[in-house]
Write a protein that binds this ligand. Structure first.
Ligand SMILES: Cc1cc2nc3c(=O)[nH]c(=O)nc-3n(C[C@H](O)[C@H](O)[C@H](O)COP(=O)(O)O)c2cc1C
Length: 351
């Protein structure tokens, strides 16, 4: 009897200490992730308001940035801002309450400043400035990553925008490590800070690197060492493990994720809470939901391409997406694609 009692007490202690250990682990996990911010990356032609809405409903995101608004030599009409950021109609937030900041791209400090003021007046929670776009057409007209060759130009743009918008509206910048090489990476980061930016997102590759892995997260740590502004690490985060490695190598808690969130819609939650990757059945439901969103939005004609593009990203995480892609790749009519989506989703339920 004593023996049994002893065993039971031991089991209880083991159980209790197991629970305690798990609670402590969970506590530590929660404490370390509590202060972490995850941003949804701007992706022109991919992450529009509908995608932002859907991904922020899945959860885990604290901030979104719009596709870039191209500024040349005029104050853009209000409708341009509303088109790229319909969330301005609802206080600059997605339906699930995540703030969406308008991103501007251009080379003229004064025009950028005037358009930044307009974006903020329309309700954007701050303004982000794009110094990372690699597109030839954009770079030819001195916008995006090409400005990384001219530290003074970065400084002039950011300070003009900072001076123009109210002090309580954050002005943030997104850079790559450089254009052809990393020679100016630290000078550029210092200039961003000196110009008064409130935060810097670093996509840890040069323009020449394009989107090819790896991302050089260790460079972000070097930028952190020579600046004091908040820095957000970006590039090549596809899993919770990548996020941890990126945080360790970049010395940044805060992350921005782009393609990874399209490949695994609950990636931000897997990073923050340890949740398992979303099962394919749920992804299939999202795809069907997206078809509803897109078709009922004003994007019906883009839907076939958008869904194929999204399938392309999903294939990285879900083999089922490759089968789906194969079945829809020749289809051009939204309704036909939706029927195939429904068939795939019901087959998944049966299997
Ligand atoms: C299709 C596509 C469109 C993009 N559009 C933008 C953009 O409008 N503004 C911007 O700052 N970055 C843009 N980016 C860069 C992403 O925001 C991000 O920096 C890059 O994809 C690296 O992050 P990831 O590895 O998490 O995807 C784009 C990237 C892709 C692939």
């Amino acid at each position: 009897m004593n023996w049994l009692l002893h065993r039971l007490t031991n089991v209880t202690v083991v159980l209790r200490s197991g629970i305690l250990a798990r609670l402590i682990c969970h506590g530590l996990f929660t404490v370390t992730t509590l202060f972490m911010k995850i941003m949804l990356a701007p992706m022109e032609g991919v992450v529009d308001s509908l995608m932002r809405d859907m991904l922020t409903q899945v959860g885990g995101f604290d901030q979104c940035v719009t596709e870039f608004v191209r500024v040349v030599d005029q104050l853009l009409p209000r409708r341009t801002f509303y088109r790229l950021c319909p969330e301005l109609h609802q206080g600059g937030k997605t339906q699930s309450g995540v703030p969406v900041r308008v991103q501007l791209l251009g080379q003229h400090p004064q025009w950028l400043a005037e358009n930044a003021v307009r974006a903020v007046e329309l309700g954007s929670p701050g303004v982000d400035l794009n110094f990372g776009c690699p597109a030839k057409t954009v770079n030819k007209s001195k916008g995006g990553a090409v400005l990384l060759k001219e530290t003074d130009a970065l400084y002039n743009i950011i300070s003009a925008v900072r001076d123009a918008v109210p002090a309580d509206s954050p002005v943030t910048a997104k850079i790559r490590l450089g254009f052809d090489d990393t020679d100016l990476a630290l000078d550029n980061a210092r200039a961003v800070e000196a110009a008064g930016a409130d935060e810097l997102v670093v996509h840890a590759r040069t323009k020449r690197d394009g989107y090819r892995p790896p991302a050089y997260w260790e460079w972000i740590a070097r930028i952190r060492e020579c600046t004091t502004m908040p820095v957000v690490a970006n590039g090549e985060i596809w899993s919770a493990e990548d996020a941890k490695r990126c945080q360790a190598m970049s010395a940044c808690d805060n992350l921005m994720i782009g393609r990874g969130a399209l490949a695994m819609p609950n990636l931000a939650r897997t990073i923050k809470t340890g949740e398992a990757p979303m099962p394919w059945q749920e992804v299939a439901k999202l795809l069907i939901g997206y078809s509803g969103y897109e078709i009922s939005g004003d994007k019906g004609r883009y839907f076939p391409n958008r869904i194929k593009q999204w399938c392309g990203y999903l294939q990285r995480q879900y083999p089922q997406a490759a089968l789906l892609f194969n079945d829809i790749r020749r289809l051009k009519v939204s309704d036909e694609i939706v029927s195939v989506l429904e068939r795939h989703s019901s087959q998944q339920r049966v299997s």
